[in-house]
Design a protein around this ligand. Structure first.
Ligand SMILES: [Zn+2]
Length: 98
């Protein structure tokens, strides 16, 4: 029984870490939003400023999407959890999350 409790605690820790990483995605997405809203002011002053704004914000969004794709996976079977905010179980392997 003790072994199962340890596994549960490990799963809980892993899920907490995953959620923490998802919250950290606010940083690159916020950066992209900042680029898109305030970058244009500076873009006009630079030659080729508009592509820099688009590449910068697009790159940040791509990085965030890729990281989400890597991070948001079932700790048991490693399949992607989909875009569920707070999954209670894995839809692929049916592992229940504590
Ligand atoms: Zn799974």
């Amino acid at each position: 029984m003790r072994h199962i409790e340890e596994q549960k605690a490990q799963l809980k820790n892993k899920l907490f870490q995953m959620r923490l990483y998802e919250v950290a995605l606010v940083a690159p997405l916020g950066g992209a939003l900042y680029f898109l809203t305030f970058g244009w002011r500076h873009a006009a002053e630079l030659d080729g400023g508009a592509p820099i704004v688009l590449l910068g914000s697009g790159g940040l969004i791509l990085v965030a999407a890729f990281f989400h794709w890597l991070n948001w996976r079932c700790p048991v079977c490693r399949k992607h959890l989909g875009n569920v905010l707070n999954p209670k179980y894995c839809s692929k392997c049916r592992a229940v999350f504590p």
